[in-house]
Write a protein that binds this ligand. Structure first.
Ligand SMILES: *Cc1c(COP(=O)(O)O)cnc(C)c1O
Length: 376
């Protein structure tokens, strides 16, 4: 079958993704070894808790953490880590919603870290408490925000969100001095692959990663990494047990698939992958140099603050409305191309999700639309 054919048969035209590892575009493309491992996993029944435990042990060793748990996506990881933090004083670690009023349930966060995903904390019964203001957070602000109602401090990793926030080492020092754990949501922080261990090594109690972004594993997987007691409480609240995490199910194929993805990701030549991104960005710059209606520059870091480049294409003399229209034309044309807006007058071309030969197609479609001009 041709690439994309299974979607076209349903009338769903595939998309060239020059945008990001966005769930709404399908996340990432699973590695072939992941697809193959998942097909093998589909051939037998197993004891899912036994498999979960074994896979967790393997992943802990591979990621240089004491323990690991596979969750149904990074957002599900936030729910489970929140449950684990609220039940620190509960013997069996099980979150019983009727007990919420007597548990520490406040999650302290920098206002600049209030990304849409943090609603997962509220889903678990947690309450978000802001330390400081969007202008900035001081160590004193953080100390004042932490009380006996605090379940954890939640940090969203990424250089793009760092402005006005405290360094992770300060957050960890302040929280740990008060016996409060720190959750690091590093969902989109691969590359670099070292994100599997750097946050844990810095003292984070829970590092959460998405399985369907840089790891290129199954869409509905994520990793929670960290010291054993906390990870054990995540498992105590998760599927297949009938607990709060039961709706965020991870199947046997997902467990085998994410393990294969991590093994393969660790064998990647990361420098070569990033050089491939640099090449794609150079291609867009060279294309832009041949036109007088665009200005293309290399931007760094990526949209998620990762240490890798993207191209910013400024559309000269174009109104914001025309820029939006152009993004729409890229998206609805043939092939469909998804890009992200840059400021009022540009677009980003992100190489991370482009396949071989696609950066050329993106430039060609952009040229066609620019040459045609506005439709009226
Ligand atoms: C993508 C993302 C998530 C959600 O990851 P899923 O694996 O899709 O659930 C959570 N937090 C941040 C910061 C993200 O970028």
């Amino acid at each position: 079958m041709d690439r994309g054919e299974i979607y076209r048969r349903l009338g769903v035209e595939p998309i060239i993704n020059a945008n990001a590892t966005e769930t709404i575009l399908g996340g990432s493309l699973m590695r072939p070894e992941v697809v193959e491992a998942m097909a093998h996993a589909a051939d037998s029944f197993v004891d899912l808790v036994e498999l979960e435990t074994r896979v967790g042990k393997r992943l802990a060793r591979l990621t240089r953490n004491e323990a690991a748990f596979v969750c149904g996506g990074a957002a599900a990881g936030l729910v489970l880590a929140a449950a684990a933090c609220m039940t620190r004083g509960v013997d069996d670690g099980i979150l019983r919603p009727e007990d919420l009023h007597r548990l520490p349930r406040e999650f302290v966060i920098h206002p600049g870290h209030l990304v849409p995903y943090v609603s997962a904390i509220q889903l678990a019964g947690g309450i978000l408490v802001e330390a400081g203001s969007t202008e900035g957070t001081t160590q004193r602000d953080l100390e004042d925000a932490i009380t006996d109602r605090t379940a954890a401090v939640l940090v969203i990793a990424g250089a793009h969100l760092a402005a006005g926030t405290l360094p992770l080492s300060t957050v960890i020092d302040v929280a740990h001095a008060r016996g409060v754990p720190v959750i690091v949501d590093a969902a989109a922080q691969i590359p670099p692959i070292s994100s599997l261990w750097t946050f844990g090594a810095a003292g984070a109690d829970f590092t959460i990663l998405s399985g369907s972004k840089g790891l290129r594993g199954p869409a509905s997987t994520g990793l929670i990494l960290g010291p054993e007691p906390g990870i054990r409480r995540c498992a105590a609240n998760a599927s297949p047990l009938h607990r709060v995490g039961r709706p965020m199910k991870v199947g046997k194929e997902d467990l085998i698939g994410i393990l294969a993805a991590v093994e393969a990701a660790l064998a990647d030549d990361e420098a070569a992958i990033i050089e491939g991104y640099e090449r794609a960005v150079r291609h867009v710059i060279a294309w832009g140099n041949g036109r007088d209606d665009v200005d293309v520059v290399r931007e760094f870091p990526s949209e998620a603050g990762q240490p890798m480049p993207r191209a910013r294409v400024t559309l000269l003399g174009v109104t914001p409305a025309r820029r939006d229209e152009l993004i729409g034309e890229l998206r609805s044309g043939r092939p469909r191309v998804s890009v992200r807006p840059a400021g009022d007058d540009g677009i980003y071309v992100n190489p991370q999700t482009l396949q071989d030969g696609e950066v050329e197609l993106v430039c060609r479609r952009l040229a066609e639309i620019l040459d045609e001009g506005p439709s009226v």
